[in-house]
Write a protein that binds this ligand. Structure first.
Ligand code: NAD
Length: 280
């Protein structure tokens, strides 16, 4: 599969567990694992009330059966896997981080919308095992994170920064984790705190834009997988750095790449920047 076939992969053998394996992303991860040499689908879990329980994980994803069936016992998924890939809900991802720490098995978390209490749990769990967390596992998005950070550093406060995102009508959190990651990247480039500079939805008589604000605008509708644009609006010119995902496979391929990367790493909380070796 494109994006997963990189140097050294042929020598790697990894058993991958998938939590939320019947979800939109979970099924895509099953496809990516099955299509990556040296990887096998070891186990997968779903929520206790899921109608997918007992079904073959690969069949759910439209692939030939792999023999591993969907269970509700996520601890068993960790025990059966070298690394677990999680695209679920914040509450579930929080519980899965604890299981990763207890079993010492690696965890790749793609779930977004995590609150401060979940963040603390991740930091704690990462003292005992390898955790890779990314708001967006697409290699392309990680490239624009680096470009946006660098542009913000060079353009400074002379340019107003606005971050636009659009997702499908079913998305429950806003702004998207990727939009927030882009906000953090431009704040880092400007050497300011995003928490202090972030400007959310504008409505009514808001007054003029505050200098230095990092604005966010959100759209929801249809089946849009994920569009993000960072706008740098200056006097006489506007720069836009954008990314449009047309298939969830890009996130799944990146998550599998991260899972392979965990092999032999020291415990810690890592990002796609670490996985891809970005220095910018
Ligand atoms: P989805 O609702 O289609 O799938 C989530 C699945 O998790 C469901 O099948 C649900 O039953 C299951 N689940 C819930 N609780 C569980 C539990 N305790 N144990 C096991 N399974 C459980 O959602 P989705 O579109 O696949 O997105 C999932 C998450 O991934 C969201 O937070 C989304 O924003 C995020 N996401 C991240 C990236 C990325 O690159 N980081 C890309 C796409 C989506």
């Amino acid at each position: 599969m494109r994006g997963a076939n990189y140097r050294g992969l042929k020598t790697v053998t990894m058993k991958i567990g998938i939590t939320g394996c019947a979800g939109r992303m979970g099924r895509m991860v099953a496809v990516a694992v099955a299509g990556t040499e040296g990887c096998v689908i070891a186990a997968g879990s779903e929520a206790e009330n899921s109608s997918a329980l007992g079904q073959d994980i690969a069949s759910l994803a439209g692939l030939p059966a792999c023999g591993a069936r969907v269970v509700a016992d996520t601890a068993a998924v960790f025990r059966a896997s070298d690394a677990v890939i999680d695209f679920t809900t914040p509450a579930a991802a929080f519980a899965h981080a604890r299981l990763a720490a207890e079993t010492g098995h690696a965890l790749v978390i793609g779930t977004t919308g995590l609150g401060p209490e979940h963040e603390r749990a991740l930091q704690e769990a990462a003292k005992k095992t390898v955790i890779v967390r990314a708001a967006n596992f697409s290699v392309g998005v990680n490239v624009i994170l680096g470009l946006a950070r660098e542009a913000a550093r060079i353009l400074r406060d002379d340019y107003d920064i606005e971050i636009l995102e659009m997702h499908h009508r079913g998305k429950v959190d806003a702004p998207s984790g990727t939009a927030l990651a882009l906000g953090a990247a431009v704040a880092e480039g400007r050497q300011v705190s995003l928490a202090l500079k972030s400007a959310g939805a504008r409505d009514g008589v808001t007054g003029a834009r505050k200098p230095g604000d990092i604005g966010f605008a959100v759209m929801r509708g249809g089946d849009v997988i994920g569009d993000h644009t960072v706008v740098f609006a200056g006097e006489g010119e506007r720069i836009e750095i954008g990314h449009r995902a047309s298939s969830r496979v890009v996130f799944a391929a990146g998550a599998v790449r991260a899972a392979l990367w965990t092999k032999g790493r020291a415990p810690g909380l890592y990002s796609m920047r670490d996985v891809l070796g970005f220095t910018a």
